[in-house]
Ligand binder design. Structure first.
Ligand code: PEP
Ligand code: MG
Length: 861
């Protein structure tokens, strides 16, 4: 029979094991993709249109097949929950774990028998496994009394699921594959892929977290507008590339091989674009992120009233318990006509899209992912069908999102279950607009000192907390990598998730100590415990307030040495965050973000507009613009570089610009026209000739463009060659800035993206520190300054060592600038030099870290 090969592989020993029940293979869970329903009766299969009843034959009850039974027991076709058994005992409805509703209707017009001939073995709400008895049949009696015992087996929720394969007809044994069903988006994508796929390519996914919501949104964006049908497959499961939720349901993880397929006029380009985009790591390449542990089983309350959870955002808070008010709203089922409801939905989606686009800071990326959900053609499609069937826009939108959220939850993957909350959040925003409440879900006003408790929190619950009244968050469910966790950390609100059932016992108004660092929640603790926690929280708040209050001031060591604290930027939003955090300039503008993920490079005007916007935001502070750093692990689709056996040692960084002079000239023109604040920095330099060549181009362009202001040209020290010849480079460079990420990988010969060596890639290795010291000495010989713009500059433990080695500028991620300044202010140059001398003489990175920790402990004491 032509049902899927996977189902057909079933042997007598595992005849009841459906695809859904199948054990996870290779640790992967592919159960959301397709579900095989096994025959619940022995008999003779016929197509639905041969059923002697117009309602069933016309497909009005759903899609499936019919069985003329020869056996005396109806059994469950898959693992499911019994939704209902008809009072006349002739029909049973089951809901599968993926949310599909299956109706088995024993005979035609058998309702008239009033239950005679049927003995029911289950009750509504009961869990059944495939093969469990549902109803016993007295077949002789039934055949005597009923017009027909032909039994339709149907999937009734045609909006969400469809039959993708079915028994061809003829004899069937109980437990043989009967129907294969799949979520509608996946089924359609599979059909598309099988239908004239012209181009296909396998890609291994290098993203540490796999294809989660944000990469999925970028993938959808990358192929939008192309004249091609594009799908992505993992194993048997297929999703359209434009369907964000269907992509999520594929559960693609780090290291998975996926197949990109496209057909249509732009098929080649679509596959090329996606292969390049995904292969680049999309800025998230790295070792596999550990899969978050499933939420722990409900933790019993400890004897002293302590509950345990999972830390989602660090910190300590003492406050009063307040439960989140219910946010479920009632919606009308029926609409006021399809045209009117369609217009309402379109308008609401447009309004929410615009509101989400206005998000800034940490929320911006999350809201961009939510925007992609609003554009997901599969969600829109399901909603439109509902509207066409007479439903209100509100009902249709909820129906579409809940079905997808259920699909994600059914994967059993905690990370995907977290994404289901994003869907519910998008549902809530759109329903609020449809109800005329506006697009900014305002938080209810909570009293000061509230610790907000909820069964589950949505991103908008957290994003709306603006007045500082809520000091902590706790939820029964949720996960530590959710968007709620990112937003809470961004707002500095401690959060504990996955506390489990015992949280429900916490009474409104209870006194709580939320110690997110220790992952505990103390309920109504003794007054002495509260007082001690308050003292700790006050000290921490005092320190943090002092760090933030001083963020705008220049940083000097205790003995008066000035160290500049700059920020690394990758977007205009970063520039705003950097200024707010007290950055004194930009030490590294990663211009790649403007060049990747697109079919053609930006022209000089587009580039200049962006550089000007960043410079304007930095308001006179210096902006060090790094020349395009592509090649290696950062390919760009518009500049096909030849395949290289070892791209990390191939044409990358400044080597690309020197071979593609049009690209270099265009970028330099854009920087030169963006004003005097902009400086130029060359990536991946290995020899003086590269620097002098670029300097020559800069001078020629300045003359050609009539640029009067002096332009500083500096070098990134990312290769051991550059570090060791820093004195030679410094003769021609205005400054040196050490990229410790690449310098570490090239010094230690350890790929920064390879999990196998991840444990060893530490910039505090004495070999890297000696090269940093060598760089500072070489630069000083020509009175040039040395900065660090690699990850080490954002590590407060490393800051004293870098200062001791001679670094005078640190360029960190914007959020960490205040902490970097605090670390500078805590030390003296003499102590830093002493620490650095001991660090370069240590025999491992671990030994250096131990020294640095001791040093930090001594400073704090
Ligand atoms: C570095 O290598 O340290 C650096 C700052 O550059 P990137 O991380 O962008 O390669
Ligand atoms: Mg680098």
């Amino acid at each position: 029979m032509p049902v899927s090969a996977r189902a057909a592989r079933g042997s007598a020993a595992n005849r009841w094991r459906t695809a859904h029940d199948a054990p996870r293979r290779n640790g992967r869970d592919d159960r959301v993709t397709r579900l095989t329903l096994l025959s619940p009766l022995p008999g003779w299969v016929s197509p639905l249109d041969e059923v002697p009843d117009a309602v069933f034959a016309g497909g009005m009850m759903g899609d499936g097949v019919a069985i003329d039974p020869t056996g005396t027991q109806l059994v469950a076709p898959c693992a499911a929950t019994v939704l209902s058994v008809h009072a006349a005992r002739h029909a049973v409805t089951l809901r599968t774990d993926d949310g599909a509703d299956v109706l088995i209707h024993l005979g035609i017009d058998t309702v008239a028998l009033g239950g005679a001939g049927f003995a029911v073995r289950v009750a509504a709400g009961q869990r059944v496994a495939a093969g469990d008895p549902l109803i016993d049949l007295d077949l002789d009696r039934l055949l005597a009394g009923a017009a027909s015992m032909v039994t339709p087996v149907l999937v009734t929720d045609a909006d969400a699921f469809e039959v993708v394969d079915r028994h061809p007809g003829g004899a069937v044994a109980i437990g043989e594959p009967l129907l294969v069903i799949a979520p509608r988006a996946i089924a359609r994508a599979a059909a598309d892929a099988g239908d004239g796929a012209a181009v296909a390519r396998d890609v291994v996914v290098p993203l540490a977290h796999g294809l989660h919501a944000r990469p999925a949104a970028r993938i959808a964006e990358a192929v939008r507008g192309l004249d091609a049908r594009v799908t992505i497959a993992k194993g048997d499961a297929v999703a359209p590339a434009t369907g964000v939720t269907a992509l999520l349901a594929l559960d693609v993880r780090h290291g998975d091989t996926i197949t990109l397929r496209a057909s249509g006029p732009d098929a080649d380009e679509a596959v090329e674009r996606l292969a390049t985009l995904i292969g680049s790591g999309m800025g998230e390449a790295g070792p596999a992120a550990p899969t978050p542990a499933a939420p722990p089983a409900p933790a019993p309350a400890l004897p002293d009233g302590m509950l345990r959870g999972v830390t989602a955002a660090p910190g300590l808070a003492i406050g009063t318990a307040r439960w989140l008010a219910s946010r479920d709203r009632a919606v009308a089922r029926d609409g006021a006509g399809a045209d009117a409801e369609r217009a309402r939905l379109d308008a609401a989606l447009a309004q929410v899209r615009a509101a989400l686009a206005a998000a800034t800071g940490a929320a911006a990326a999350i809201m961009a992912a939510h925007r992609a959900l609003l554009d997901d053609p599969d969600l829109i499609d399901v909603a439109q069908r509902q509207i066409a069937a007479g439903r209100s826009a509100d009902h249709a939108w909820r129906h579409a999102l809940r079905a997808q959220a259920d699909t994600l939850r059914a994967t059993g993957n905690p990370r995907l279950a977290e994404r289901a909350d994003d869907l519910l959040d998008v549902e809530r925003r759109v329903l609020a607009v449809l109800a005329g409440e506006g697009d900014d879900p305002a938080a209810p006003a909570y009293p000061a000192g509230t610790i907000l408790l909820a069964d589950d929190l949505l991103p908008s619950d957290v994003a709306a907390l603006r007045d500082g009244a809520v000091v902590g968050l706790c939820s029964t469910r949720g996960g530590p990598t959710s968007h709620v966790a990112i937003l809470a950390a961004g707002l500095g609100i401690p959060a504990l998730v996955a506390i489990g059932g015992p949280l429900a016992e916490v009474a409104e108004g209870a006194t709580l100590i939320l110690d997110a660092d220790a992952a505990t929640l103390a309920v109504d603790p003794a007054p002495g415990v509260v007082a001690a926690a308050r003292a700790r929280a006050d000290a921490a708040a005092h320190r943090r307030a002092a760090v933030l209050a001083a963020a705008a001031d220049a940083a000097h060591t205790r003995d008066g040495v000035r160290i500049e604290a700059f920020a690394n930027l990758g977007s205009l939003a970063d520039a705003q965050a950097a200024v707010a955090a007290g950055a004194e300039g930009c030490g590294l503008l990663r211009t790649e973000f403007l060049f990747l993920d697109r079919a053609t490079p930006p022209d000089a005007d587009e580039q200049a507009a962006l550089y000007c916007a960043v410079a304007d935001t930095l308001d006179g502070r210096p902006v060090i613009v790094r020349l395009l750093d592509i090649g290696g692990d950062k390919p760009a689709p518009w500049l096909p570089l030849p395949a290289e056996e070892n791209p990390a040692l191939g044409v990358r960084g400044i080597r690309v610009g020197l071979r593609h002079r049009d690209v270099l000239d265009t970028q330099l023109r854009a920087i030169l026209s963006a004003g005097a604040a902009c400086r130029i920095m060359l990536p991946m330099v290995a020899s003086v000739a590269e620097l002098t060549a670029v300097r020559g181009v800069v001078d020629a362009l300045r003359a050609d463009m009539g640029v009067a202001h002096a332009v500083q040209v500096g070098v990134m020290v990312e290769t051991p060659a550059a570090a060791i010849t820093a004195d030679l480079l410094a003769r021609h460079a205005d400054f040196l800035s050490i990229g410790t990420n690449d310098l570490t990988q090239y010094t230690l010969a350890m790929d920064r993206g390879n999990d196998g060596v991840a444990g060893g890639v530490d910039g505090l290795h004495p070999a890297v520190l000696r090269l940093i010291g060598e760089t500072c000495r070489g630069a000083a010989r020509h009175a040039r300054w040395t900065g660090v713009c690699g990850g080490l500059a954002s590590d407060p433990l490393a800051v004293p060592i870098l200062i001791g080695l001679g670094v005078t500028e640190l360029s960190a991620t914007p959020a960490l600038v205040p902490e970097v300044k605090a670390a500078i202010r805590a030390v003296t140059l003499a102590d830093c030099r002493d620490l650095a001398a001991r660090a370069v003489a240590a025999d491992s990175a671990a030994a250096v870290r131990a020294l640095a920790r001791d040093f930090a402990g001594g400073m704090a004491a």
